[in-house]
Ligand binder design. Sequence first.
Ligand SMILES: [Zn+2]
Length: 238
Amino acid sequence: MVTKKKVGENSNQDREKVVLIMAHPDDAELSSGGSVAIWVNEGREVHYVICTNGDKGSKDPNTSPFRLAEIREEEQRNAARVLGVEQVTFLRHRDGELENDRAFRNELALLIREFQPKVIVTHDPWRPYMVHPDHRAVGFATIDAVVVARDHLFVPFWLELGFPPHAPLEIYFTFPSAPDYVIDITNTLEKKLEAIGKHRSQMERFPQWKDLIKAMAARMAEKEKFSYGEAFKRLVLI
Ligand SMILES: [Zn+2]
C-alpha cells in the first residue's frame, strides 16, 4: 500500500542528513570540521551551503576580489573533500554584503526543502559582540528560512514544482554564547586540521594557526571528559 505523504511531514529523516549553512568558505571547517568528519563516518550525508564567495578575505592590497573568490571556492571544495562532504552549494553572494531579506530567506528555504536535513548547522546570530555582519545575517536568515521551508502556505507554487514542505528537527548554532552541546572531536581533530589547511589563502596569515585551533578545541572541551571538542547551542524544534 502506498502511504500518501502529508503536508509538513518529514519525508527523509531516515537518511539523517545534515546541512551546514555558512557565510564564508572556511566557516564550516573552523566551527564544525571535527563534527562533520564524525557525521560522515557515521554514514550521515552532509551538505554545505556557502552563502558568500569570500571576496573580501584578504589583507593584500594587490588582490583581485574575482580571483580571490575563485581561489576560495577551490579551497572550500578541497576542504569538503577531505571531510567526505557529499555536496557543496555556492550561493556566491558578495562577502560582507548579505542581508536577511525575503529573497535570501527563500533561497535558503528552497535548499532546505531540496536537501531535507534532519539537522541544520549555522551561525549563532544572538552571540553578543559578533562583528561580522554576514554571520548575523546568515544565522537569522537560516532560522527564518526553516519556518518558510516548514509551512506549506509560504510560496505555494513550490509544491507544484516538486518541493514539499520539510521541517528539520534541530538547529545547531556554532560558536554560541551559551553552548549546551559539546561534540568530542579528539579522534577527528587531525582531520579537521587537514581540512582547515586547505584554506591556504586564509591560514597563511596566521603562521601559528594549528596551535590556535587546537587551543580553541581544548578550551571547548574544558568541562568535558575528553580532550578536544566543538561546542554548539542545540535548538530542538519539536
Ligand atoms: Zn565567516
